[in-house]
Write a protein that binds this ligand. Structure first.
Ligand SMILES: [Zn+2]
Ligand SMILES: [Zn+2]
Length: 276
């Protein structure tokens, strides 16, 4: 994106942004909350949603995340109150489905946040339950089952990078997504719609052509059913907040319009309504 070009409204609200508190943010000085907000201001963003990895209690998806707890969120909150900006800053988390019927966050703490992203597909991490075999049908059903577990919690706001595992340890999304019957995709979409849980359009779609091809049917089904989407850069440094030309093309290829995306006040409202 060129500096003078106006930011597309889709990228103006980025709800999946890591800070230096995430262990995987390698260049800490390029990912402090202040640096991230500064960059978002420069880009003309309206909302930046911080969503560091979060594990409230053991078991840990990876031992590296043992300090990604309530104290970490308190530190982040303390940093954020000191930042003066026009950009709306939200504090969320990227939590995990760690095992059957088990998230890395509970409802009581979720209430303290602006929203909750859940990843149901971090299968590259040692502490996340794997499929029962390497059979492609078992892999496909494992993705479906874990996603359904995430959707069964009413305080979940967004599913992170649906059906995508970093580094593809279970094979290409093209292989396992092809093995999920269309009816199951409709089931997932209907539950998401009913629970007001959004599906994330992750910036990795701008780079990973297999994921883009594989996910297109699911995105079309979600759109048809009326599920909303959110954009997530998944940035771990400030440069990654800049939308690539690839992600713009991917969003066009998926036929998504700004009206398909959740607005900031809708996200906050959906989250609040889980605690009424
Ligand atoms: Zn993730
Ligand atoms: Zn992330």
């Amino acid at each position: 994106m060129l500096r003078d070009e106006k930011l597309s409204p889709i990228f103006a609200n980025d709800f999946h942004v890591h800070t230096s508190y995430s262990p995987c943010a390698k260049i800490k000085s390029e990912a402090t909350p202040l640096e991230m907000v500064g960059k978002s201001e420069e880009l003309g963003m309206k909302t930046i949603g911080f969503s560091d990895h979060f594990v409230q209690f053991p078991p840990y998806p990876t031992p590296k995340w043992k300090d990604c707890n309530v104290k970490m969120i308190e530190s982040l909150q303390n940093d954020v109150v000191k930042i003066h900006t026009q950009v709306q800053i939200l504090i969320g988390v990227e939590a995990d489905v760690v095992a059957k019927d088990k998230l890395s966050i509970d409802k009581r703490f979720a209430k303290e946040l602006d929203y909750v992203i859940v990843s149901a597909s971090h299968f590259h991490l040692p502490g996340i339950e794997k499929p029962k075999s390497t059979n492609i049908l078992d892999i496909a059903q494992h993705y479906v089952n874990r996603l359904k577990i995430a959707l069964s919690f009413d305080f979940v706001s967004i599913i992170a990078h649906p059906f995508k595992t970093p580094y593809n340890p279970l094979g290409s999304p093209l292989d396992y997504l092809n093995k999920i019957p269309l009816g199951q995709l409709y089931d997932i979409a209907k539950i998401s719609k009913q629970k007001k849980i959004a599906m994330e359009i992750n910036a990795i779609l701008g780079i990973d052509k297999d994921y883009l091809t594989a996910i297109s049917d699911f995105i079309a089904v979600c759109k048809e059913v009326g599920v909303k989407f959110t954009y997530g850069s998944d940035a771990h440094n400030k440069t990654a907040l800049v939308p690539s030309s690839g992600i713009e093309k991917a969003i066009n290829a998926l036929n998504l319009k700004p009206s398909d995306f959740l607005k900031t006040n809708e996200l906050i409202q959906n989250h609040k309504s889980a605690f009424d």
